[in-house]
Structures are given as C-alpha cells and as structure tokens.
Design a protein around this ligand. Structure first.
Ligand code: UGA
Length: 442
C-alpha cells in the first residue's frame, strides 16, 4: 500500500538510509510521495540496493524500494551534501550495547554532527535510533558548543517497527510518538506521516525517548513472565500454552507476547533492556523487575541445553541438529540471536553440531566470522540436519518446522529425541511417532 503525503514539497533525508530501520523509513516515506534522500556510507550496499539486492529480508520492502526509486521519489546516495535540500532528516544509525549495557551513541553523534557541518540550511534532525533518555537534550547542548545549533533542531520520534513486518507496521502504526522542545517542530514531524485516526503523542524529548524504551521493556517483561510461569508448569503438570490462552483472553492482559520458549533475543529487546537498566544505575536506582526479566531470559535460553543433557546423559560426542539460527521467524537476522550462545554452549560441552535455517544458509550470509561457531556444519534443510542425529533442538518458530514430516524425521535420526524451544508440536503427535519430546512448560 502507498499512502498520501500530508505535507507538500517537503524533502526528507535519512542518515543510515540502508540500515534496517533506515531503509524501511526511506522507502515508506517515498511511498507516501515525499522526495526522500537515503544517505549511507556503504557504496557497495548502495550498488546492491540499486540492483534490487537488499542487505536483508523484509516483507514488501524490495518492491517498494524498486517502485519508489523508479518513480524518482527515493534517491540513494553516499554524498552527505545531497542532504542539503532536506528540511527534515531522520537519524537511523545503530546504537549497540557497550560491555556494561550502556548504549553506544557514537554513531548518532557522528551522524548529527557531520550532517550539521555539511549543510547551510537549517533542518529538523529526527532521532529514530533508540537512545537513552536525555540523548536529544545532550545532542542539542553538544551542537551548541560546536556553534552548530543554528543548523539543526533535535526532535525525537522513536520507531516501533518489528523486523519482518516493518513495512506493514509503518503503514499501520498503533501510535506516533514525537518529542520536541518546540511544539511546531513536533507537529511537523507527526504531520508528516501519522495516518488519520492514529493516536499522536507530542511530548518532551525525555518522555518520548522513555516511551520507546519502556515499550520494549514491557514486551520483554511479558515474555519473561510467561517463561517463569512455564518453569512451574513443568513442575506441576500444567500446560503453559493453555495458561497463555487463559490469561490472554482477559483484555487487560491480551494474548500477545505470551508465547513461552527460549526467550527473546535479536538486535532490539535485550539491548534496550540493558540500556534501561544502565540508566537506572546511573541515577542510583535499582531496576528490580527489569533485572529479573533479563535473568529469567538467560535461564530459559539455556534450559533447553539442560534438557538435552538430562535426556542424553552427556553432550560430549553427541550429534545434535539445531533448527533455527535467526532470532525469530520471517527474518534472516542473526544479530544477537539466542541461537548463537546456545550453539556455543553445545560446542563447549563437546557436542558435534549441525545447524540449519530456512533463510540463513551459511556463516558468511549471517555475517559470522569463523571463530563464532567453530566446527559447526551448516546444511540446507531440517531433514539433512536430522540425519543420524542423537537429538534435534528447535530454536526458531519457522512454519516449515511446524509442518515437519515427523515420520520421516524419526526414520532419519539415530535417536528420536526433539527438544523444542518454541513449543511447535503437540506431545501426542510426537508420542504417536515414538519420538521423545520435550517442550518448554508443557
Ligand atoms: C521489537 C519490538 O517488538 C518492536 O516494537 C520494536 O520496534 C523493535 O523491537 C525495535 O526496537 O526496533 P523485534 O525485535 O523485531 O521487535 O522482534 P519481536 O517480534 O519483538 O521479537 C523479539 C523476540 O522475542 C524474538 O526472539 C521472539 O522470538 C521473542 N518472542 C516474541 C517470544 O519469545 N515470545 C513471544 O510471545 C513473542
């Protein structure tokens, strides 16, 4: 779907324009009819995108990029000067975790500063990157010190896009949040793309920044909550899937983010939670709930390995097939995927590990250097992975795995055992195939 631009003749820039959020933002704004300039330093990536090869999978994005580039609405460039005509520039660069959990803002500072130095006209610099509370104020003070504040006014406008359905989420947001010191600047950014009828919150920089972090922290909390309940389910003979259904039918709770399993991972939830915990520490407060959320997540992540160990007696020299490397289904993203530390745990215990994923076919494609998963064999299908194995460990909830031909799997395996970190199956179906089965909280 393409919408309609709400403000006429506004040229928009996007820094970090070929990153995951940056490219969705650029293509969707161009899809709304805005002249959009996506700036990125990676010339190889730019050439790839212009040739129809996106750096990552995202439903509907390739088509939208192609159409908007062809329409002349989306321009992709490695020249920062090209941003001069943009009066609103979105900052979509990475904010990775430092070892103490703190978010590293160096890319954001560099992007804003470089952009300000390379322009003559004033613009609104809109922070899409997820930043700690106070970042917009600090950036403003920083620009003032450099005598660049006449070039840039900071606005916060967090994103709530899920990987895999980012384009869809852009068209159908649950809300638009904008933080600004200047009311008109906030209204202008919200007015750019808030669809009719969607709630808009225009607030302070700090509240806007914290809405984003608190949203992700709350989603993480829901997952760890149900995962904690799953631990008790296993002790008392209850089924956590039925518990999720039973509590989720209460509209005050709702059914989303109550799927128990190996927990949350990926480039966002864990990093943002760590950043929020770090912000509590910096203000001499303790984030008691949030620290527990992280602790439960870590416990559940490795509980599947404990289950394998309990079933097999030891992992040394055992052949284990791991199904799922992406941090969730419908993405090829393995950044901070739970599968990496879990496979590393298996390797460290002496297991021989074969991995497979429908969209991640090799360590090179995943961007993993050789030393991340040493000695691991990558194969093309779950059936190739299952051959002669002592156990299968399921880590990502791909539909392809839900649809597995269990009779074929049983025949292929040396020892029919499935430990299912995503609760994809019914125990009875596995029993009928005489495959030993362990889920999470079932
Ligand atoms: C998350 C948020 O959902 C988005 O709103 C936010 O914009 C984004 O982070 C971001 O900050 O950029 P995303 O990381 O793409 O989106 O993925 P989610 O769909 O939230 O899933 C995160 C993890 O939680 C995955 O590992 C998933 O398997 C796991 N999960 C999710 C569960 O274990 N159980 C659930 O019930 C739901």
């Amino acid at each position: 779907m393409k919408g309609e631009s709400k403000l006429n003749n506004v040229v928009i820039g996007v820094v970090g324009g070929l990153g995951h959020i940056g490219l969705i933002q650029s293509a969707c704004l161009a899809g709304l009819g805005y002249n959009t300039i996506a700036y990125d330093i990676d010339k190889e990536k730019i050439a790839g995108v212009l040739n129809g090869k996106l750096p990552f999978e995202e439903a509907g994005l390739q088509k939208l990029v192609r159409e908007t580039v062809n329409d002349g609405l989306l321009k992709i460039t490695a020249q920062i000067d090209d941003l001069e005509e943009a009066e609103i520039v979105f900052i979509c660069v990475g904010t990775p975790s430092l070892s103490n959990g703190e978010a590293d803002l160096s890319q954001v500072y560099q992007a804003v500063e470089q952009m300000a130095r390379n322009r003559n006209r004033h613009c609104l610099a809109v922070i899409k990157s997820t930043v700690p509370v106070g970042a917009s104020a600090k950036l403003t003070a920083h620009l003032k010190k450099l005598n660049l504040s006449n070039k840039v006014t900071m606005v916060s406008n967090p994103e709530f896009l899920r990987e895999g359905s980012g384009v869809e989420d852009f068209w159908n947001p649950a809300r638009i949040v904008v933080g600004s010191e200047i009311k008109e600047a906030g209204e202008k950014v919200a007015g750019l793309y808030a669809p009719d009828g969607v709630p808009v919150i225009i607030t302070s920089w700090e509240s806007s920044e914290l809405i984003k972090l608190a949203s992700n922290a709350f989603l993480s909390t829901k997952i760890s909550f149900i995962n904690e309940i799953s631990i008790l389910c296993e002790q008392v003979g209850a089924d956590v899937r039925t518990i999720s259904k039973g509590i989720g039918l209460d509209p005050r709770i709702n059914p989303h983010f109550l799927a128990a399993g190996v927990g949350f991972s990926g480039p966002c939830l864990e990093k943002d939670l760590q950043s929020l915990i770090d912000q509590f520490k910096k203000t001499n407060q303790k984030a008691r709930i949030l620290e527990s959320v992280l602790e439960v997540n870590e416990t559940l992540r490795h509980s599947v390995v404990e289950k394998l160990l309990a079933e097999l007696g030891r992992l040394k020299d055992k052949n284990i097939a791991v199904l799922g490397m992406a941090f969730k289904e419908e993405t090829d993203d393995v950044r901070q995927s739970h599968s990496l530390p879990i496979v590393q745990n298996l390797i460290s215990q002496g297991a021989m590990v074969t991995v497979t994923d429908p969209w991640v076919k090799s360590p090179e494609q995943a961007g993993l250097s050789e030393d991340v998963l040493p000695g691991v064999t990558w194969v093309d299908s779950p059936y190739a992975a299952a051959k002669d194995k002592d156990a299968i460990l399921i880590l990502t909830a791909w539909q392809e795995y839900r649809d597995l031909d269990l009779a074929r799997i049983k025949q292929l395996m040396a020892n029919p055992l499935i430990v299912d970190g995503r609760n994809l199956f019914n125990k009875d179906d596995l029993k009928a195939q005489e495959i030993k089965y362990q889920g999470v909280g079932i």
